[in-house]
Write a protein that binds this ligand. Structure first.
Ligand code: FEO
Length: 395
């Protein structure tokens, strides 16, 4: 295969993984993914930007057929979907040096067992000349690992952003064509991977706001010839207030918690609040769907019965995911029932410690099947949620 030219002297040499359906043995990939890598040929030097997942190394080597010399390998990020083929690349191009952030060096040595002399560490805003092209290194720590960096190809105005701004889509359309499709996939990707680091993403977005950018080239999914599309989407996800929405992940064993969840859903609906229900009876079927809902939610209500005094394990799994993803939720609480004793609220509250800035509303825990009074209490909870959202103008 011939490298695909993006701009004169800049080529896509990545791998499209049409068949992958799970990432990290956790995240569903309904549309596959890609591992984007790039070859930059300057008038004097040649650089490879990132590699591909090890199991697709042959695709990268196909693209590099006829490339007899690489001077520099730019390694944005240590995770193996981008670094996994690096040892084989260095076998073919032993003259190449790997340029990475100081924090990355140890990570690469630990993950890939490469010798220290392979690496050259670069400082934030340091540059590297390829002759008529200049690579500028921009440290972007915690997007989403501590060592991550972006690079800016100054003359071509291409910003390479590692995982940031990516989407898990397998497509042979190199650039975004249908923004609606990519928006959905990029939001799913943001929610699953970037949302826990929203604070540092704000800082990193400030670092790039003065750059003139023709193309944003992430390490997954199609590239952006209209960078403002993805930058604006990230501004909404990171900076905007949450919406007038409640996410309810719940489990019900004998129907009591379901009665409560259904009553709360109806009461919120009457009050104009959008509800996103996730029945976890079979576990979390698609973490991405739950994660996307959390991007916009102002309130989370976890519904659980009691199992051996604690929450149902599937509700606990839901709480674990919510806590790990650190959504910008403002209110949370727990509803559910028990037969003879419960500590479910205390356990779940302890599991949601990352959401410490959110207000914990009064939980509703009912012994057995909810009675008329319990349903009134649920209506009062709906009223509180609706009023809280209205008071803060969540739309
Ligand atoms: Fe696409 Fe964090 O690796």
């Amino acid at each position: 295969m011939k490298p695909i030219e993006i701009k004169p002297g800049v080529y896509f040499v990545g791998a499209i993984d049409w068949d992958r359906r799970l990432f990290d043995d956790l995240v569903p990939l309904p549309d596959g993914t890609s591992y984007n890598a790039f070859l930059v040929k300057g008038s004097e030097k040649t650089a490879l930007i990132d590699t591909v997942d090890f199991h697709m190394a042959d695709v990268l080597f196909d693209y590099l057929e006829g490339v007899d010399h690489i001077d520099y390998i730019i390694a944005h990020h240590g995770e193996q979907d981008h670094s996994g083929t690096l040892p084989r690349i260095l076998e073919k191009y032993p003259e190449a040096k790997v340029y990475l952030s100081p924090k990355a060096k140890g990570i690469f040595m630990d993950l890939l067992h490469l010798p220290e002399e392979t690496f050259v560490t670069v400082q934030d805003r340091e540059t590297l000349s390829l002759g008529d092209k200049t690579i500028e290194f921009i440290h972007a720590p915690w997007v989403h690992w501590p060592e991550t960096m972006f690079t800016y190809l100054q003359e071509d105005k291409i910003l390479f952003t590692a995982d940031c701004f990516g989407s898990h889509i397998a497509t042979n359309e190199l650039f975004v064509k249908d923004e609606g499709i990519v928006h959905e996939a990029a939001k799913r990707y943001f929610a699953e991977i970037m949302m826990p680091f929203s604070g540092v993403i704000k800082r990193n977005m400030k670092k790039i706001e003065d750059l003139e950018i023709d193309i944003i080239a992430p390490d997954h999914g199609p590239l952006y010839k209209h960078p403002e599309f993805i930058l604006e989407a990230y501004r909404h996800w990171v900076y905007d207030d949450p919406k007038n929405e409640v996410v309810i992940p719940y489990v019900s064993m004998h129907g009591s918690t379901k009665v409560m969840v259904d009553h709360l859903t109806a009461a919120l609906t009457e009050r104009g609040v959008t509800v996103r229900l996730f029945n976890l009876s079979e576990g979390i079927i698609d973490i991405g769907k739950l994660a996307m809902a959390l991007v916009d939610a102002a309130t989370i209500v976890i519904g659980t019965p009691t199992v051996l005094t604690g929450p149902h394990p599937n509700a606990a799994h839901g709480a674990f995911i919510v806590n790990a993803l650190r959504p910008k939720v403002k209110y949370l609480t727990v509803i559910g029932s028990y037969g003879w004793g419960t500590k479910a609220v205390d356990v779940l509250k302890g599991m949601l410690s990352n959401l410490g800035k959110a207000e914990f509303l009064d939980p509703i825990i009912v012994k057995g099947l909810p009675r008329a009074d319990d349903l009134k209490t649920i209506e009062a909870l709906a009223e509180t949620i609706a009023k809280n959202h209205e008071a803060q103008s969540f739309a």
